[in-house]
Design a protein around this ligand. Structure first.
Ligand code: ADP
Length: 289
């Protein structure tokens, strides 16, 4: 069985009388088969993707209920009279439960982003307030680790920008959380700057702005051979230290995807033993007035 594509045309003489018809057949069987194979592969991939999403939704639901019980009851147990050993064990149950909860939330989050089910909001908010809140949230942790935590928002950053505050907070939480986690001496700083661009359309008072964030730490740093793979799922530089410090290896890939969804990108500069600087940018707009 062959697929043939026919081209037919009339051949005319000088008086425009049709003398004959010419027909040329091209064997396009190979192309048709390739198209069909592509379509089958696409359908199979879509079916696999649907199955993955359903599987994740069910698994996360089924796991969450028992994890809630583990976290909740271990917390209750911790408030009863316990021996020193028992207290340590109960705390271990509690922190393992919390770690599991975080892994499930991260996996679900990434799978949602990957299947294009995450909508990016475009609403006005204050970057300065956002930075203040996040620093206030991490201040007690930094203090308990004897680390400094500073922030600076450049004067050029507009008071109010339109973007997705929740997603920006999510990225900042990941990066500041990591910076504190992987720093033993010194501290962490967050800087925000801005490049103001063109009006979104001619004559409009709304202008495009690219916001740049830099999260700098004086921590353990990242060896050069590990930098390339850093933004891949489940990548962790040193699994033994990560086990001690906790983490899922999904924070950076989630942050990268969110940056890309907001018209930006993320990068890192680091040297082992000398600290790291994570930079990301996002596209926003603001009202000039
Ligand atoms: P995790 O949950 O393990 O922190 P991430 O995706 O956020 O997952 O980070 C992946 C890995 O990148 C970490 O396990 C760590 O090895 C390395 N890393 C991330 N941020 C830093 C940092 N500020 N300093 C040193 N290493 C870092």
């Amino acid at each position: 069985r062959l697929w043939i594509r026919w081209t037919q045309r009339a051949i005319k003489d000088d008086e425009r009388t049709t003398m004959e018809y010419q027909a040329v057949g091209h064997d396009i069987t190979e192309r048709k088969e390739a198209e069909a194979a592509l379509l089958r592969a696409k359908e199979a991939a879509e079916a696999a993707d649907r199955a993955k999403s359903e599987f994740l939704a069910i698994v996360s639901h089924e796991l969450r209920t028992p994890i809630n019980a583990i976290v909740g009851f271990s917390k209750m147990l911790a408030s009863t009279t316990l021996s020193l050993d028992q207290r340590e064990q109960v705390e271990m149950i509690n922190s393992s439960g919390l770690a599991l909860e975080k892994i499930i939330a991260d996996i679900l989050n990434l799978s949602k982003i990957d299947s294009g089910k995450v909508d990016i909001e475009h609403a006005p908010f204050s970057i300065r307030m956002c930075v203040q809140d996040i620093c206030a949230f991490y201040a007690p942790k930094a203090r308990s680790l004897a680390l400094s935590l500073d922030s600076k928002v450049d004067a050029g950053v507009p008071e109010i920008v339109n973007s997705d505050e929740g997603r920006i907070r999510q990225i900042l939480n990941n990066l500041i959380g990591n910076a504190l986690k992987f720093t033993e001496r010194g501290g962490v700083s967050l800087e925000v700057s801005c490049a103001r661009g063109e009006p979104i359309e001619p004559g409009s008072s709304r202008r495009i702005a690219r916001l740049f964030f830099a999260i700098k730490d004086s921590g353990i740093g990242i060896p050069p051979e590990k930098l390339d793979g850093l933004f891949l799922p489940f990548s962790q530089v040193d699994t033994s230290s990560t086990r001690r410090r906790g983490g899922t290896g999904l924070g950076l890939i989630i942050s990268k995807r969110l940056c890309e969804l907001m018209g930006g990108s993320i990068s890192v500069e680091s040297r082992a033993g000398e600290g790291s600087t994570f930079r990301f940018s996002i596209l926003t707009d603001f009202e000039e007035a």
